[in-house]
Design a protein around this ligand. Structure first.
Ligand code: HEM
Length: 395
């Protein structure tokens, strides 16, 4: 049995794991095709009442919207308590597909649209008087990188909400409700939209592709990463939490398209057709062999390839779980492309930044990729029924 067969990817290895992750599945969109494959993102109803928030290791559905918000001036601890209570009630209703409290559009919420809402707190959140002592270990700014061209408009934020769903209408509805109800407390700073296609032509789940055409997400083996991304970060209120990074990375498709297929594959260290290691055999889930050489003595997985440099083995075992999606941005007649890179890990300075620094120093992909936005958030665990998100902050 291969690694995927043994451990499962992304969704959690087994139906049992998917259920434990907080999913019920009624009326799957096409059960005759998908059965109960835990990697299938479609037709799910996720629950916020789990150890971890939804939308982290669950399979990535077609639509992701990320809204970063800034707290309004004067928002104090008591106001944040009311705000998080209200948002929690909204999230519970939205994810279950029930009428949202106080919403006149009572027919919009639906179950089985794979809606997940994931909330995180930025550094500014912990500057609110009374909350300073709750700052979790491992939440810190990312040092600027040599290749970054960061713009304020895509960076930072006191709060984040990541909304994922099977379709743009369901995500847009959740976005509108959450932004509307946040209004007395926080206002949007930036909004990013991403899309993902994790379903093959035969209707079965696959690892999706980024806009370079690469199979992206192979390394997300839950059995490897799942237990390495959760942390209480030294704070009891943060049990079941994780640290989130959002990077908006522009991809130069014009110059990428000019490369030969061989150069494209060498830059990654994996094949384009199935995402197999260049060290062979050409199967997606086969491990990379970093010492394999061709008959001229050249490393088959090049020294500057992204797959080699980002692998936990090249980074002292540092492990992250990625949930990136593709973006296109249209302005006038001009379209730019990129990856809305999202990763979850136990610590930003302890895990993310060292890997990012290594990539910044020598990743072959740097020639075609530029980070234009960057933000970090602490994502607390889920909450039990009758309580609310991060209730431990207000005990
Ligand atoms: C536009 C930018 C990027 C592209 C196109 C890209 C693409 C890919 C692809 C195709 C893979 C191989 C398949 C897989 O294991 O998922 C991969 C792996 C990986 N990437 Fe990226 N990536 C980008 C940025 C980043 C950044 C900024 C980081 C973190 C600082 C990162 C960390 C990783 C990690 C940890 C792996 C898994 C390595 C393994 O387990 O073998 N990537 N990436």
């Amino acid at each position: 049995m291969d690694r995927r067969g043994l451990f499962g990817v992304v969704a959690g290895g087994s139906v049992v794991a998917a259920m434990a992750a907080g999913c019920t599945r009624k009326n799957a969109s096409s059960p005759e095709l998908n059965g109960d494959d835990p990697r299938d993102p479609r037709g799910r109803t996720w629950s916020p009442h789990q150890e971890h928030q939804a939308g982290i290791t669950s399979p990535t559905p077609a639509v992701t919207v990320i809204v970063s918000l800034d707290l309004v001036k004067g928002a104090d601890r008591d106001a944040l308590r009311r705000f998080l209570k209200m948002w929690s009630a909204d999230i519970e209703a939205l994810m279950a597909g029930r009428k949202v409290p106080g919403d006149p559009l009572q027919d919009m919420a639906q179950p089985n649209v794979s809606l997940s809402v994931t909330v995180g707190f930025g550094l500014g959140f912990f500057r609110v008087p009374g909350l300073e002592k709750y700052l979790p270990d491992g939440l810190a700014e990312i040092a600027p990188m040599k290749h970054d061209k960061l713009v304020e408009d895509w960076s930072g934020g006191d709060l984040v909400v990541q909304i994922c769903a099977d379709d743009p209408t369901s995500a847009a509805y959740a976005q509108r409700i959450l932004v509307r109800d946040a209004k007395p407390f926080a206002t949007p700073r930036w909004v990013q939209h991403g899309s993902w296609r994790a379903i093959g032509g035969d209707g079965k789940p696959i690892t999706g592709r980024n806009l370079f055409g690469q199979v992206d997400g192979t390394g997300n083996v839950l059995e490897d990463a799942g237990n390495k991304i959760w942390t209480d970060a030294g704070q009891s209120w943060f049990t079941g939490g994780t640290m989130m990074v959002v990077r908006r990375i522009e991809m130069n498709l014009t110059t990428w398209d000019e490369l030969t297929r061989e150069r494209q594959e060498k830059a990654m260290g994996r094949t384009l057709d199935v995402g197999g290691p260049l060290s062979g055999p050409n199967e997606e889930m086969k491990p990379l062999n970093f010492s394999a050489r061709d008959q001229d003595g050249k490393l088959l997985v090049p020294i500057d390839s992204h797959a080699r440099l980002s692998n936990p083995a090249s980074n002292g075992g540092r492990t992250m779980f990625r949930r990136s999606t593709n973006y296109t941005h249209d302005e006038g007649g001009k379209t730019t492309h990129g990856l809305m890179f999202v990763s979850f890990q136990t610590s930003i300075p302890g895990v993310f930044t060292p890997v990012q620094k290594r990539l910044d120093a020598s990743d072959a992909l740097n020639e075609w990729t530029t980070a234009i936005g960057s933000a970090v958030f602490a994502v607390p665990g889920g909450w039990p029924q009758g309580k609310f998100l991060a209730h431990g902050l207000f005990a």
